[in-house]
Every structure is written in C-alpha cells, then in structure tokens.
Design a protein around this ligand. Sequence first.
Ligand code: BG6
Length: 255
Amino acid sequence: DFIKEVSGIRVLEKKLREKLNLDHVVVVPGDSDELPWVKQEMGRACVHYLKGILESNNTIAITGGTTMAAVAEMMTPLTGAPDCLFVPARGGLGERVENQANTICVEMARKAKGDYRLLYVPDPLSEDTYHSITSEPSIKEILDLIKNSDTVIHGIGNALTMAERRRTPPEQVEKIKQGHGVGEAFGYYFNQQGEIVHKARTVGLQLEDLTDSQQVIAVAGGESKARAIASYFKPGKSNVLITDEGAAQKLLREE
Ligand code: BG6
C-alpha cells in the first residue's frame, strides 16, 4: 500500500509538472485544508528541496504567510550552504506580525544558521512616500539584495481571503471582485486567466523583477487553493511548486 501510495504521488507530480509547465513539482500526501500537519510536511519538503539547490553565500527572499511560517518551522541548519542571507521579498502588506515576511525571515535565518536583513517600511505607501523611501540609501541597499536574490520562496493565497486578511480598503476589494480575482501572490491579485487585477503598492520584489536565472519556489496547498494556484501559474513566473495532494488532485480535475 505504501509503495502504491508513493507511486500515485509520483504520477501526480509528473502530471502537474506537465500541466503547469514547471521544472519541478513536489506533492506531499494529504490535504492541508483538513489536516494542519500537512502544511508542515510542505514546509519540510521545501527545506529538503532548498538543501539540494542552495550554495554558500546565497541570498534567499521570502514572503510571509502561514505556509512560509511552516517552512521556517521546519528549517534546519544549512550545513551544505553556509552564510546564506535571508531577506523579506516585500514590505509587510498589512499582515499580522506573525504572518509578516520580516518575522519569518528572522526565524528561518536563525534555524538555518544563516543571517538576515529586514525591511522596515510602512505599507501601503502613497506615491510620494514610495519614491522618497526607495531612494533612501539604507533601504536601497536592501532592495538591491532582494532584487538580486538567488532564490525566492513565496506563498499563494485566495484573492479575497488575502485582501481581507490584509485589511485592504473597500474600494480595492471591490476592484479585485470586479476583476474576478481568484489568486494572490506577494501582493499581486490574479484572475482565472492569470491577468493582474490589482497590485498592492509596497516596496520590494515586483513580479517583473523575477528572472529565469533565479529559482522561484511557490509553496501552497489545500484543495481550497487549487484555483488560486492555477491563476498564479498562468503567466508562469515561478518554476517550482511545492503543494499537497488536496490541491494537486483538484488542479488536475479542473479544465
Ligand atoms: C503572503 C504572501 O504573505 O502569504 C502571499 O505574500 C500568499 O503571496 C500568502 O498568498 C499565503 O498565506 P498562507 O497563510 O495561506 O500561507
């Protein structure tokens, strides 16, 4: 039975890799919507994958969220890749402290025995403040580190869930609804066709900053996130997906 289950998972990974046109897919058994420990298993799988790709002195940009918190929780010393630097990918995005990239960054670096740099900026920002803040030398320095990071690890969420969690102003929520937003990743909201319907203004990594020379790893699972994951991968900005069986099955059933 165990063998059968493992080979079933391998088939899911292969199908998903082909469907979403990715370099690598990891599916962990279970559905994190139903069983909280499945999220930790995604965290563990992500750490395992990272250990295979990271090199010494790499810079890793990470987002916030409960899934990323699970990655931090499962992190162990990166003995094969010493002196890695962890940075938050974007500003706080209005999240609760425990869900913020800064907070998760510190824990991840501590467990990995690496270092971290944080981004202290309020958000959302007005256009004027955005420009003056990003030209501040100390902020600019960290923004450069983020832009030139070797690896990016991020969560994916349901558009409206994320908009609410971030206390997004009603007119912006309306814009996301009008645009039929289904998925969200680092402050960008996507419709089912993968078009951006709204973008939270904050400093840090922008979607257009992602390049082919980077490893961009999405970690997201649970059947309820299947459509969100599909929407995000339409434009195809990340090359690796770490997910669970709940999301994988649903993703393959749809369309
Ligand atoms: C956020 C990320 O912090 O976490 C988003 O910036 C992502 O990209 C979200 O959508 C996912 O949160 P969770 O708690 O569902 O892992």
